[in-house]
Design a protein around this ligand. Structure first.
Ligand code: ADP
Ligand code: MG
Length: 345
């Protein structure tokens, strides 16, 4: 009946949307009958795209469960289009006009991406069961109390500093090992559980082949930097963080050293950014970053200018294309380590 209620009133419509629709009810009912859970305890979160419920009493190894139910309302999917367009995993079976198929795909994508994170050693809830647009996963929390989001966790400054380092490493692992960009990473989608960071909400995460992957990555790095800077952590610049994540000259052998060198650099700067640094951040946030040298319009000109000792504005493609910072040849070592070596000379 809820689906048939017609009203022009916004508040009324909101209540209607919160109610569990018949299809979802049927999925949950079947799960209940199969002993997936004993009862649904309550709603942890009602978001724009999904509701998350806490359930208990399952016959499996997890006493507490989180159940994420994706919403089928069409309005939501307009927003999501930018994530789907271009993702090769959506080439077959993607149907913009059928919201029920779409939500099913979101749930499926969340499950697969959670597994990909976990396989790379990133903490994320274990996905347990997927039926249509309903995903059952491990409940992150103590007893029946859900873990706080990083935003609400009130970590002391020292823990904030180490959490920042961990997030930088997680961003890199996501990119290099999972071959994913989260695309909605912020203090809202990181939980703090037993003093560890847990990454959630990965249904919109995109493969590196996605045409907008680098734009999403730059947004993710900006959200992470902004949050930790506001908390008083000496953060990297947007570009330093972006380059650290994508740089192929950084390897498992030197990644800790490279990050330590970058951090030293960050700590040597005053916490508040000056006007010039603000402008640099803003320009970096909006620039086109080519992924391959073929996409670079004036490579020769850039290289010659750098060789002549000129400062070239808006040159951001060295790390992503695997070129040395001065474009003289391939990138043989991370920028931070090269800088440190040159300083020590
Ligand atoms: P949305 O797309 O609505 O943002 P999320 O996956 O971020 O969906 O979940 C919304 C909220 O539900 C999260 O901010 C978190 O507080 C809670 N939550 C999600 N998954 C879990 C989980 N596995 N365990 C505990 N809480 C969770
Ligand atoms: Mg979220």
């Amino acid at each position: 009946a809820a689906g048939r209620v017609r009203t022009g009133d916004k508040s009324d419509r909101a209540t209607v949307e919160q109610a569990i629709d018949p299809r979802t009810r049927m999925v949950l009912f079947k799960m209940l009958n199969r002993g997936v859970f004993g009862e649904i305890h309550g709603c942890i979160s009602t978001g724009k795209e999904a509701n998350v419920y806490h359930a208990t009493g399952g016959s499996g190894p997890y006493p507490d469960l989180a159940i994420k139910v994706y919403k089928t309302s069409v309005l939501v999917f307009k927003d999501r289009d930018r994530y789907v367009t271009g993702d090769f995993r959506f080439r077959a079976g993607y149907c913009r006009s059928n919201p029920r198929k779409m939500v099913k795909l979101w749930a499926e994508k969340e499950m697969r991406n959670l597994s990909r994170l976990r396989a790379a050693g990133i903490r994320a809830p274990q996905p347990l069961l997927l039926r249509m647009h309903v995903l059952v996963m491990e409940f992150v929390g103590e007893g029946s109390v859900a873990a706080p989001r990083l935003k609400d966790a009130n970590l002391p400054l020292q823990r904030m500093c180490s959490a920042y380092r961990e997030m930088v490493a997680i961003l890199r692992t996501l990119y290099q090992r999972c071959r994913l960009v989260h695309a909605d990473l912020s203090e809202y989608n990181i939980l703090v559980h037993q003093n560890e960071l847990v990454i959630i909400d990965v249904s919109q995460a995109v493969d590196l082949d996605h045409p907008k992957a680098l734009d999403f990555l730059r947004e993710d790095t900006r959200h992470i930097n902004d949050f930790f800077r506001r908390a008083g952590v000496a953060v990297l610049t947007g570009r330093e963080l972006f380059d650290y994540v994508v740089d192929a000259s950084i390897t498992p052998d030197n990644e800790d050293e490279a990050l330590a060198a970058l951090q030293q650099l960050a700590e040597s700067r005053p916490l508040a950014r000056n006007a010039e640094e603000e402008v640099e951040e803003a320009v970096f946030a909006q620039s086109f970053i080519p992924r391959r040298l073929e996409e670079v319009a004036h490579y020769e000109r850039d290289r010659e200018a750098l060789a002549a000792g000129k400062k070239v504005e808006g040159l951001y493609y060295q790390a992503i294309t695997g070129m040395a910072q001065d474009l003289s040849g391939p990138r043989l070592e991370p920028m931070a380590l090269q800088q440190r070596r040159e300083k020590q000379k």
